[in-house]
Design a protein around this ligand. Structure first.
Ligand SMILES: *Cc1c(COP(=O)(O)O)cnc(C)c1O
Length: 393
């Protein structure tokens, strides 16, 4: 039972069924193959498997049936031809760069990308001759202006963290393609349940499976989804360099994918309710949530996303002191920077995730001392509001 036999299945069905292949025991739940290597019938088969002449499992640095099932299921959900799973989200980004770029080539990336991605592009890749131009504005023109003849990748995250800025995937795909570059979208915040960048023209989708794909804060993982030729290059790098997803983590993520759609719907609905409530609080100066009509890119967001997502940021009046008061009065919300969990989390970006950059750089990115970010989970919105209300005085 695998996807190609059932091309007509809808998203929700694929999330539960795609990629499964039963063993001789006919297990109902997908099997977890905790094995590092695979046995061959004879020397000739070993040779054929190693050379790639005969498809099949060889060694779990690059082939394991549980990982394969997870890859096939995620590919089906993203509408991708293929998927390569990696140990973490950062391993997915690094593998993409290592597989597709060489010294002298260039990346155009939005400034508002995940902190570790900024560090990778800004401080590590230059040592290998790969430079990145960071674009501060979200406008398509700003991206076009940053392109060089050597630009290989245009890299975005939408909505952005923590301000939920929305980038126009279809327009940026066109800009990238006109320049002969590829558009890479980190789809961590929306997941394919809410946004399918490949359908909008992106070439590759990156995931930190650590977040919503697992969805319950248990394991680390990552993935790169896209066309067979592009993901084949990523696979060749992974096979040799080894930033591989463990079968155990693949199994946990695989089971997480089965509930992705219902979780994203419920968490988005909770987030919208919380965002509307926050907007009505006198102590709150501003709410950033793409699902609100007050969001500057609400129309674009509703065009390319199925909902506003589950991340809400808001600015309280009174700066750091007032923001920390909200955090410190939380008894239900977890004080942690992680996101994508069924448990709601709260973080103060200026002193945590964005604490290492200068105050000027923070101000330029719009991350003020009063800003708080909430990754909304599955608890009752009434309980979440009561928890936040205690500190909003
Ligand atoms: C967490 C995150 C990553 C990195 O993922 P890891 O699994 O922690 O390596 C990349 N992009 C975004 C948007 C993230 O939130």
């Amino acid at each position: 039972m695998s996807v190609p036999d059932n091309p007509g299945w809808s998203f929700d069905t694929l999330a539960v069924r795609a990629g499964q292949e039963r063993s001789q025991f006919n297990e109902h739940s997908e099997a977890l193959y905790l094995t590092s290597s695979f046995v061959f019938e004879n020397a000739a088969q070993a040779a054929a498997r190693f050379s790639g002449e005969e498809p099949g499992n060889v060694y779990a640095r690059f082939t394991n049936p549980t990982v394969t099932t997870m890859q096939e299921r995620l590919a089906a959900l993203e509408g991708a031809e293929a998927c390569v799973a990696t140990a973490t989200g950062m391993a997915a980004i690094l593998s993409t760069v290592m597989a597709l770029m060489k010294s002298g080539e260039h990346i155009v990336a939005s400034r508002s990308i995940f902190g570790a991605t900024q560090q990778l592009f800004g401080t590590i890749l230059p040592r290998f001759g790969v430079e990145t131009a960071f674009v501060d504005q979200g406008s398509v023109e700003a991206f076009r202006a940053a392109l060089r003849p050597t630009t290989k990748l245009v890299f975005i995250e939408t909505p952005s963290n923590p301000l939920t800025e929305v980038f126009d995937i279809a327009a940026l795909a066109e800009v990238a393609h006109t320049a002969g570059a590829l558009l890479v979208v980190d789809n961590c915040f929306c997941t394919p349940a809410l946004q399918r960048p490949l359908e909008l023209g992106a070439d590759l989708v990156i995931h930190s499976a650590t977040k919503y794909l697992d969805g319950q804060g248990r394991v680390l993982g990552g993935a790169v989804c896209g066309s067979k030729p592009l993901t084949d290059e990523v696979f060749k790098f992974l096979r040799t360099a080894g930033p591989t997803l463990s079968p155990f983590n693949a199994w946990v993520i695989l089971k997480g994918l089965e509930t992705l759609s219902v979780r994203m719907k419920a968490q988005s609905a909770n987030a919208l309710e919380l965002a509307q409530w926050l907007e009505a609080q006198p102590q709150v100066a501003r709410v950033h949530y793409p699902g609100l009509a007050s969001h500057p890119q609400h129309v674009l967001a509703m065009r390319q996303q199925a909902s506003g997502g589950a991340i809400v940021s808001f600015e309280v009046k009174g700066g750091r002191e007032a923001a920390w008061r909200v955090v410190d009065n939380c008894r239900l919300l977890s004080i942690t920077a992680n996101l994508g969990d069924t448990k709601t989390t709260i973080t103060h970006p200026a002193s945590t995730t964005h604490g290492r950059i200068t105050a000027e750089a923070r101000a330029a990115s719009g991350i003020g001392e009063g800003l708080l970010r909430i990754a909304v989970g599955l608890e009752s919105p009434a309980d979440l509001k009561a928890d936040l209300a205690r500190g909003l005085v």
